[in-house]
Design a protein around this ligand. Structure first.
Ligand code: FAD
Ligand code: 2MC
Length: 380
């Protein structure tokens, strides 16, 4: 990046810190975490010490108060080692930001100190068995009973479900549609809260996914984030940033596979020469690098728009997530092809990235939903 597109000194410093953290604490262990379905809680805590649990939580509440570009740089750097771990930390950041931005002082004081340090890790619970893309159709109810809500229903595919300490949950307190939705914070040990078995997944094995089941779960009204009926907007605002981060995780994973491929094609010979000498190899690398830089440029722009609160931030966030996750998957797939049969083996990291990046086209809104958001905004 040059001229007006340079990262400033602070941004370069945070990127450098995240890269060092990744090289020391993530990259050497990521294949083992994937293999053993291990959730590296010690690493999350270490990330918390660097402020990575509260990247865009206000400094007043103990966060490091940075913007969304800085968050993207951190997520991209960590995904170079393990996209699943990076994305897990992103989800925690999204939940912490929602409490910080929309919660009252008392709620913030109760939850944020331990979330900032990542002593307590949070999940974001929107999806249900019957409502994925059509998130506003959610059916989990929260009935007001004196100074408590009583929650009943099931959340599906919840990252950190059964492991995390805090659940930021979108529930129905009113009528049908988005305006009947509120946002509640629920502790893991609340009676009536239970979890499904960890889902068996194609990738993201370092990030647990499970159903979260509410059976007459009582939570104080004081655990509501903001006003009744505003929960859907909070959830969507959280995703404006979350989608940038998921895209950044795709960029980091794709960059890693591109770097691995560049090295591999120089080392591997066939027909008496390095496979790097075949024009097909060079053209493919060229396409991978071009697509990666294009996706990165859009993502960094979208991140600055979310920081600035631009009117078109949601559209740009959706465009960036779509492009970065589609391009990321394609780049990793091309890298895998360049590795030939070895790319298919767990001896090399490419197949893990291939599996991990695939889901970025589905979660935090499928790429079809991203196109819906973009198209609607263009036509409004
Ligand atoms: P559906 O909504 O049933 O979609 C099925 C297909 O139909 C998709 O291809 C979709 O794009 C398409 N489709 C649907 N509607 C339209 C339309 N109008 N136009 C065109 N195409 C359409 N959710 C959480 O709340 N919290 C989490 O922490 C979380 N973590 C996850 C972790 C993993 C590993 C996974 C796989 C999912 C996670 N999710 C989480 C859920 C995720 O957000 C949903 O899977 C996603 O939003 C899609 O919902 P669905 O799976 O119900 O698919
Ligand atoms: N910021 C603030 N408010 C927003 C918003 C945003 N980005 N997007 C929508 N809203 C508001 C919107 O303005 C409207 O309020 P009002 O009527 O007062 O203007 C309200 O929310 C309802 O919006 P829509 O009318 O657009 O709602 P609709 O039901 O038509 O669809 C859609 C919204 C499809 C975009 C949404 O349901 C969606 O994003 N679906 C995908 C679900 C998703 O992303 N799930 C991710 C789960 S988390 C995950 O996967 C993890 C891994 C953590």
């Amino acid at each position: 990046m040059t001229g007006q597109f340079d990262l400033n000194e602070d941004q370069l410093a945070i990127q450098d810190m995240a890269r060092k953290f990744t090289a020391d604490r993530i990259t050497p262990f990521a294949a083992k975490w994937d293999e053993e379905h291990h959730y590296p809680i010690d690493v999350w805590k270490a990330a918390g010490e660097l402020g990575f649990g509260a990247i865009y939580v206000s400094e007043e509440m103990g966060g490091i108060g940075l913007g969304r570009l800085e968050a993207a740089l951190i997520m991209e750097a960590m995904a170079y080692g393990c996209p699943a771990t990076s994305a897990y930390i992103s989800i925690h950041n999204m939940a912490a930001w929602m409490i910080d931005t929309f919660g009252g002082d008392e709620l913030k004081a109760r939850y944020l100190p331990e979330m900032v340090s990542m002593e307590k890790i949070a999940s974001y619970c929107l999806t249900e068995p019957g409502s994925g893309s059509d998130a506003a159709a959610l059916k989990t109810t929260a009935r007001l009973d004196g100074d408590h809500y009583v929650i009943n229903g099931t959340k599906q595919f919840i990252s950190g479900g059964g492991v995390n300490d805090v659940y930021v949950v979108m529930v129905r307190t009113g009528g049908d549609g988005p305006k009947g939705i509120s946002c509640l914070v629920v502790d893991k040990d609340t009676p009536g809260l239970s979890f499904g078995a960890p889902e068996k997944k194609l990738g993201w094995n370092a990030s647990p996914t499970a159903q979260v089941v509410f059976d007459n779960v009582k939570v104080p009204v004081a655990n509501r984030v903001g006003e009744e009926g505003d929960g859907f907007k909070f959830a969507m605002a959280g995703l404006d940033g979350g989608r940038i981060n998921i895209g950044a995780c795709s960029l980091g994973g794709a960059q890693r596979c591109l770097d691995e491929a560049v090295q591999y094609v120089k080392d591997r010979s066939q027909f008496g020469k390095a496979i790097a000498e075949f024009q097909n190899t060079q053209f493919t690398l060229a396409d991978m690098a071009t697509d990666l830089e294009a996706a990165r440029a859009l993502l960094y722009l979208a991140a600055t728009k979310v920081t600035a609160g631009s009117p078109d931030k949601s559209r740009f966030s959706a465009m960036a997530k779509k492009l970065a996750s589609d391009s990321g998957s394609e780049i990793v797939d091309k890298a895998l092809q360049m590795f030939g049969g070895y790319g298919y083996l767990r001896d090399y990291p490419i197949e893990r990235f291939w599996r991990d990046l695939r889901v970025h086209r589905i979660l935090e809104g499928t790429n079809e939903v991203m196109r819906m958001i973009i198209g609607r905004d263009l036509l409004k």
